[in-house]
Design a protein around this ligand. Structure first.
Ligand code: IMP
Length: 185
């Protein structure tokens, strides 16, 4: 089966291909916009996106949305993580968190798909904390300031190891389980 991956990021298509091609799924990159509603929940962004794309006639596709939810900021940047990265950046977040004791945060990744007339929405989480300083050179985005174990940052962990424990890795496994449970793969 061919599955359209709606994203501006070709790297994501590669990642999905890697994870799902073994199950007979072939990913096709669809570089197309959908409206991202203003809400605190990734699931709502994904759900509305799926409904809009289906209404526009797209079939057999998946979308995803992820973000970093920081306790001290009551979940910000969350669904606005791309914007938070562009504006504050890691240095800005560290500055705002100087002297803050509660450094808890969680990365979340929501994958949504519409296959035939079925809708699947799953969310993977990776809890951790915001470090006191940037560490490591791997990865992207918030990786240098987020640590899943309180010791190493995501940017210090090799990508293949990060992918096992990351929010995206967890979401992908949940997605595969759901495809299997529904007899789609
Ligand atoms: P997207 O929804 O996957 O495009 O992610 C939104 C934003 O969240 C990105 O621009 C990154 O800043 C951040 N982000 C998502 N996943 C990760 C990750 O695994 N590491 C670091 N930053 C991430």
């Amino acid at each position: 089966m061919r599955l359209n991956v709606v994203t501006h990021n070709p790297g994501k298509v590669k990642e999905y291909n890697l994870a799902l091609s073994g199950y007979g799924l072939e990913m096709v990159h669809v570089n197309r916009e959908y409206d991202e509603v203003q809400t605190a929940y990734l699931e709502e962004v994904v759900d509305k996106g799926i409904k809009q794309l289906a209404k526009e006639g797209l079939t057999d596709f998946l979308v995803d949305d992820s973000g970093l939810f920081i306790n001290h900021f009551k979940g910000f940047p969350g669904v606005y993580s791309a914007y938070g990265q562009k504006t504050l950046g890691n240095k800005g977040i560290l500055k705002l968190m100087e002297g803050v004791e509660d450094r808890g945060a969680v990365f979340k990744c929501c994958i949504g798909a519409r296959i035939g007339d079925q809708t699947i929405i799953v969310t993977g989480q990776c809890p951790g904390e915001i470090l006191l300083e940037e560490r490591g050179t791997e990865g992207f985005g918030y990786d240098p300031i987020f640590s899943p174990d309180g010791v190493h940052s995501f940017a210090e962990i090799p990508t293949d190891e990060k992918n096992i424990i990351s929010h995206r890795g967890v979401a992908l496994r949940l997605f595969i389980d759901e495809l299997k449970a529904r007899g789609l793969i």
